[in-house]
Ligand binder design. Structure first.
Ligand code: FAD
Length: 368
């Protein structure tokens, strides 16, 4: 089988990993408009949270089911690329300041009305919070969602790039934008090429086909702190801007230097790093983070713990989440062509399960 994948972002990589696991007589050609490291993909900007409960506020229960399936699938995908410490399932802490506690209680009640499983969300007091996250002891009340996890998104992108490099069956056509796709055909500036099957994983770059695809701008900041230690994703419920803090260890362990040259993050410093995010703005503007977003994210962060006041901002990132009008993912399957798109703010939460569904829908496996 001779396969083409247009777009080497999150979905394209997960498609390739699934195919390589099942078939050993496969050639995969990635067509990527940028570099193989994928640093311009939304999949590189993402915090990588696997938060089916916390996402229920804006999502449907189908997302919840698919999210749980993905949580079960991620560990094997990460092992496949040799990333053994890139997955964590220690749950999520959600807290709020006393004046906003009503908002948080309302939010949890809404989740519990949406899915029965949300009954497992535990209300926690300051002693419970201290046991989970000693540095957050000042928070009097909150909630704990035990089953949520996180993927180290940036290391997933780096380790998968290395894995594909080592695999003789995978070819990378970097800086080769795809202009159009048809069943079994890829159109680039260089001409038309034929394949047994084509996957469209271009995210926001697939607008030539999907006329209802839009980008939703998201901004994140990376901060480095020496004197605060938070071990699991933590959310702050706030009436105007919701904040998450996702710990990223102390750097980019295991990422080789060649990759680091392409990556915008500075080298390991030994301090703890956190991703702070994320804004959600109806715009496809990819320009750098605004002053307003920076102020909102950082002032909310400072209220979580004053020691964040001495943290250093080491990076900022802006990207757009590919989304349809209903904010739900979409699979289109026809003989010779599979399109997967619209993963919106749930790409890490959904991609293993959505890709599995797309492949299982039968046309790819049974129709050839
Ligand atoms: C700030 C932010 C935070 C996020 N946090 C989370 C999170 O915590 N948890 C979660 O589950 N999700 C999160 N997401 C969402 C997740 O990143 C996306 O849903 C996911 O990356 C979408 O995957 P994709 O492969 O469709 O698109 P992308 O990852 O953007 O990949 C598309 C790829 O296609 C390439 N491409 C585009 N056009 C062409 C073309 N014409 N020819 C060839 N190649 C092309 C691009 O260069 C890119 O490499 C976040 C997103 C953002 C922006």
């Amino acid at each position: 089988m001779n396969i083409a994948i247009a777009g080497a972002g999150l979905v394209g990589r997960v498609v390739a990993l699934n195919l390589l696991r099942v078939y050993d007589d496969l050639t995969i050609t990635f067509f990527e408009k940028d570099s193989k490291e994928g640093v311009s993909a939304a999949g590189f900007t993402a915090a990588g949270m696997l938060a089916p409960y916390a996402e229920l506020e804006t999502a449907e229960s189908a997302i919840f089911e698919l999210g749980h399936r993905s949580i079960a699938l991620w560990p094997d995908l990460l092992k496949q690329i040799g990333l053994f410490d890139g997955y964590q399932q220690k749950g999520t802490v959600i807290t709020a300041h006393p004046q906003d506690m009503g908002e948080l209680t309302h939010f949890i009640g809404m989740l519990q009305r949406k899915v029965d499983a949300a009954a497992s969300i535990e209300e926690v007091d300051s002693q419970d919070i201290k046991a989970l996250e000693p540095d957050l002891v000042a928070h009097q009340r909150g909630f704990f969602i035990p089953s949520e996890g996180v993927v180290d998104a940036q290391r997933f992108m780096a380790f998968s790039a290395n894995y594909f490099d080592r695999n003789e069956g995978v070819l990378f056509r970097e800086y080769t934008p795809v202009e159009k796709l048809e069943p079994g055909r890829v159109y680039t500036k260089e001409g038309v090429e034929s394949f047994d099957w084509v996957f469209d994983a271009r995210g926001l770059g697939a607008k030539e086909h999907f006329d209802d695809l839009r980008g939703v701008r998201g901004e994140v900041m990376w901060v480095e702190a020496n004197d605060i230690d938070i071990g699991r994703p933590t959310r702050l419920m706030h009436p105007r801007y919701k904040l998450y803090i996702v710990p990223r260890g102390n750097g980019c362990e295991g990422i080789d230097l060649e990759y680091c040259k392409a990556c915008k993050l500075s080298q390991t410093s030994g301090y703890k790093r956190y991703i702070i995010g994320a804004t959600e703005i109806e715009s496809e503007d990819l320009s750098p983070i605004s002053i307003r977003s920076s102020m909102e994210l950082l002032s909310a962060l400072y209220t979580v713990h004053p020691n964040f006041g001495e943290a250093r901002v080491v990076n900022t990132e802006t990207n757009c989440r590919p989304a349809f009008r209903d904010n739900l993912p979409r699979i289109e399957n026809e003989k010779g062509l599979t399109r997967i798109n619209g993963l919106y703010r749930h790409g890490y939460l959904l991609s293993p399960a959505i890709v599995e569904k797309a492949l299982d829908e039968g046309i790819f496996l049974n129709g050839t």
